[in-house]
Design a protein around this ligand. Structure first.
Ligand code: PA5
Length: 352
């Protein structure tokens, strides 16, 4: 570890690791700063969250967290158009870190056309301008971050907003307990730790194509965050899957008679939850047994007393793993040139 820590400024010049280290404090800062927001009373029969990529993951996490308790449906839309059910009984929250993401802007316009009442969350850009023109409140995100590092801000901003909308009962003590647990975990997993299990997992995964499984409530969303962070920080191909669903299709894809050739670089990370239903825990165990022998399988059990703690602690662990993967592969975690290239080409096609 020491050699990485001493080379940190060259391996990670924009300090993505620092952003992961401050994830716990950013959660609390985001929660506290959003306390002052005045969220309009908008009765909703349906909550629609709009966003893409690093801005949408906070929405996914919110949906996964609220699903066991929310009494209205919550939908995350990552597209140009919103579903046909959207109407005046829908409250729509558009989230875009830059405020300039074309799918989110298009979906926001579509939702408004269909009569949805709305809110926006952004650092600025066109979304902020359109919201101002429409008389729609636009709440701020902390500026100067890569969108994927703004997850604490987007998630805790959304939590405050849904509390304001009456969809969730505010739990200040739970957020403060979570903050303490995240800090304690960051000390165990971060670069200052003598034996970080996150670094050990990164060392094991560095030459592989990881498939991250999520088994248990909220864990498919966490697995998706792991996959995206492994894509964006160390620039690695990765996939994710959800249990129980993967047992009904993906499983067959691992029954090749030529496993050495077909699965040469695959590795499975199985995210499990000790509080999951026994059926799901059995599926995780049996699936891992099946895959072992065909590819390496690493099991990671969620920590925490509540669903919120288990999801966010596992997300923090995955964020550490992804930046360690960048360090061990000697790839700068921050720039995402492929995404920028794509956005540039598409802007040129639009004549911008
Ligand atoms: O990680 C990223 O940079 C992307 O996934 C962006 O979040 C995505 O392209 C959407 O942009 P924005 O978050 O500015 O709406």
């Amino acid at each position: 570890m020491q050699s990485y820590e001493t080379r940190r400024t060259t391996l990670d010049p924009s300090d993505m690791m620092g952003l992961v280290e401050r994830f716990p404090d950013d959660c609390l800062r985001a929660w506290e700063s959003a306390a002052a927001w005045s969220v309009p009373a908008l009765p909703a029969k349906h909550l629609l969250l709009l966003g893409m990529g690093g801005s949408a993951i906070g929405a996914d996490l919110l949906r996964a967290y609220l699903e066991p308790s929310a009494t209205i449906p919550i939908t995350v839309c990552r597209d140009y158009e919103v579903p046909a059910f959207v109407d005046a009984d829908t409250v729509c929250i558009a989230i875009s870190y830059s405020g300039n993401t074309e799918e989110t802007l298009s979906a926001y316009a579509d939702a408004r056309r269909r009569g949805a009442r709305g809110l926006a969350i952004s650092t600025g850009g066109k979304l902020q301008a359109r919201a101002a023109a429409d008389g729609v409140p636009c709440f701020p995100l902390a500026p100067g971050l890569p969108p994927r590092a703004s997850l604490p801000w987007s998630f805790f901003s959304l939590l405050r907003v849904v509390a304001g909308l009456g969809i969730w009962v505010e739990q200040d003590a739970a957020v403060r307990a979570l903050h303490a647990r995240l800090r304690e975990a960051a000390a165990r997993w971060g670069p200052a730790a003598a034996d970080s299990p996150a670094l050990a997992l990164a060392n094991s995964l560095q030459d592989s194509v990881p498939i991250v499984y999520g088994a248990g409530r909220g864990l498919p969303t966490v697995a998706y965050r792991w996959k995206c962070q492994i894509n964006e920080n160390p620039k690695m191909a990765a996939a994710c899957a959800a249990l129980p669903e993967a047992n009904h299709n993906e499983q067959a894809g691992f029954s090749s008679p030529h496993p050495e050739a077909d699965y040469a670089r695959l590795a499975v990370v199985m995210l499990t939850d000790p509080a999951a239903r026994v059926e799901v825990r059995n599926r995780a165990r049996v699936t891992a047994d099946y895959l072992r022998g065909r590819m390496p399988v690493y099991e990671v059990e969620a920590e925490g007393d509540t669903l919120l703690e288990r999801m966010l602690l596992l997300i923090l662990l995955g964020d550490f793993v992804s930046v360690y993967l960048a360090w061990v592969r000697e790839i700068d975690p921050t720039p995402v040139e492929a995404i920028e290239w794509l956005k540039g080409r598409l802007a040129a096609l639009r004549g911008e």
